[in-house]
Every structure is written in C-alpha cells, then in structure tokens.
Design a protein around this ligand. Structure first.
Ligand SMILES: Cc1cc2nc3c(=O)[nH]c(=O)nc-3n(C[C@H](O)[C@H](O)[C@H](O)COP(=O)(O)OP(=O)(O)OC[C@H]3O[C@@H](n4cnc5c(N)ncnc54)[C@H](O)[C@@H]3O)c2cc1C
Ligand code: FES
Length: 259
C-alpha cells in the first residue's frame, strides 16, 4: 500500500455526471476489486478521503483510471480538477475478488457504479456474463467500454428504456445455475436480493460492499458490517471492516438484516 501525491493525466466527462479519471500512479500489483482513498482537497473541507474502485490500469502502465459519478461535495470538487493538478492517493486497498475455480459459469451482476470493480475482473478472467441494472438508458452509458471485453452482456432498466424492463435480479434468476459463481456490486438492497437468489440456486456468491469510509485502513472502525460468520463468538467478533477485511465478502457470511 502506498500513500502518494500523483498527477492527474485526464479527467473526462464520459456521460453526463460520470467521469473517467486518469492518474499517473503505477502500483506494483492491483487485484480486481481493490480500491483507493482519494484526497480531493488540500484544505479541511472535505476532510475525509473518498473511496473509489480501481477501474483499470492504463496501457503501457502509464497509470490507473477510476470511473466515478458526481453525487456530492467531494466528487463535485474532483470533477473540477484539471490535468496536471495533484491528488493524494492511498492504495491499493482491500482484498479484491477471489478466482472463480475451474469450469465455473461466471456471472457478474452490477447496479449503477457497482460496475467499476467488475471491469478489471472481466478483463482478468476474459470470460463471463455481465448483468447490468440501471434506472434508465442514460445510466447504461457507463458500460460502453465493457463491449470491448470478452463477456456477454445483458441489461435491465427499471423504466424499460434499454435492455429488458425490470431489475438486474430478474436477469440473475434466469441465468443462475448451481455450476455458476456470482460476483456482485451495487446498492445494499440489490446485493441482498442477489445473495438470496444465489443461495437458492446453490451457487457461491461474492459481493463487494460500499460503506462510507474515513480511514480506509481498518483503524477508525467507521465501516463496520455485521457478519454471521462466528455466531458462537463474542458480539464484537461478528463485525468486519469493509475497508480492510473487504470490500469483497462471501454473501453467505453477511448478516443482511443489519446491512
Ligand atoms: C470501496 C468503495 C468503492 C467505491 N467505488 C466507487 C467508484 O468506483 N465510483 C464511484 O462513483 N463511487 C464509488 N464509491 C462511492 C464513492 O466513494 C462515493 O460516491 C463518494 O465518496 C461520495 O463522495 P461525495 O463527497 O461526492 O458525496 P457525499 O457528499 O459524501 O455524499 C453525497 C451523497 O452520496 C451518498 N454516498 C456517499 N458515499 C456513498 C457510498 N459509498 N455508497 C452509496 N452512497 C454514498 C451519501 O449518502 C449522500 O447521499 C465507492 C465506495 C466504496 C466504499
Ligand atoms: S474506514 Fe476506517 S476502519 Fe474502515
């Protein structure tokens, strides 16, 4: 893990409100599903770094790219940054996704910006079926780059303006089989539903969780999630840190009623 001051190579709006940020930062090794904590301001506001998944390593190892959506103050400040400016980067952080095992049907389910950690996973595995859910057609623009990867893609939109009308979990119900392994990232409600569907199909399922984070390295305990891994143990042992124990967890280990 490095704590570096790095230059911005580009910060392009790739769809309204969605930005691709290129950083001249080349960590030795990045596993799919790992993330960074970005310091977006030199001042005290916002004080805390913001977590972002590592989207891809740029050709020729020139740096890495992050894909982010503007949702609040920190991402608004980030969107105004220009090439040549510097940012504080802490990472790579977290555990990343485990490998699927031989002969498995690989299914990835993403909702909204949950798509980000799945890009490096598909890129590494060169295989898989991507199920992507968005509210409407505008939200599907973020998967344009996935069409160049070796994966089949199915889309569901809530308003039916692109792909199948409905939820990404409807697609998962149609596709999941006991020989599948499911990787998922998205809002908590979606992940809970994915977890139930995978469990009913007897398929292993890995979920990448998002939590507000302050330190990103397991110190502040701000990103604790409740698990059901060690039910016989003391209550405080039931909690895991999304930043340092995760962000990827086996869905069967999570206490979904507490997430
Ligand atoms: C491990 C991890 C990886 C992430 N990867 C990405 C990524 O690749 N691309 C990306 O666009 N975003 C990603 N996020 C979410 C991103 O960190 C937040 O969107 C960002 O911190 C918001 O900062 P802000 O100051 O703009 O918004 P704030 O002003 O802090 O919040 C604005 C609104 O966004 C909501 N919000 C803040 N953080 C989150 C969150 N983590 N999940 C859901 N809602 C949130 C708040 O509740 C509030 O409603 C990731 C989060 C985690 C924990
Ligand atoms: S963000 Fe501090 S412990 Fe996870």
């Amino acid at each position: 893990m490095q704590n570096s001051e790095v230059k911005i190579i580009h910060n392009k709006e790739v769809a309204p409100g969605y930005f691709l940020l290129g950083l001249s930062w080349t960590p030795k090794r990045v596993r799919p599903g790992q993330f960074v904590m970005l310091r977006v301001s030199d001042g005290l506001d916002p004080l805390l770094r913001r977590p972002f998944g590592i989207y891809r390593v740029m050709p020729g190892q020139r740096g890495v790219e992050l894909l982010y959506q503007v949702v609040g103050k920190g991402t608004r400040i980030l969107a105004a940054k220009r090439p040549g400016e510097s940012l504080g980067v802490l990472g790579p952080l977290g555990n990343g996704f485990p490998k699927p095992g031989k002969g498995k049907k690989i299914i990835m389910a993403a909702g909204g910006m949950g798509i980000v950690p799945l890009y490096p996973l598909i890129n590494e595995l060169k295989d898989g079926l991507l199920l992507f859910g968005a509210r409407g057609k505008a939200g599907t623009k973020v998967i344009k780059d996935f069409k160049k990867l070796k994966c089949r893609i199915r889309i569901a939109t809530e308003d039916g303006s692109a792909g199948q009308a409905g939820l990404v979990t409807d697609l998962l119900r149609e596709e999941v089989t006991p020989d599948a392994v499911v990787y998922a990232c998205g809002p908590p409600g979606m992940l809970k539903a994915v977890s139930v569907i995978a469990e009913q199909a007897d398929a292993p399922c890995w979920v990448s969780l998002e939590r507000s984070m302050a330190c990103g390295i397991g110190v502040c305990l701000g990103c604790a999630v409740k698990t059901r891994t060690h039910e016989e143990e003391a209550e405080n042992r039931l909690y895991k840190m999304v930043c340092s124990d995760g962000p990827v967890f086996s869905s069967g280990d999570m206490d979904w009623d507490a997430i």
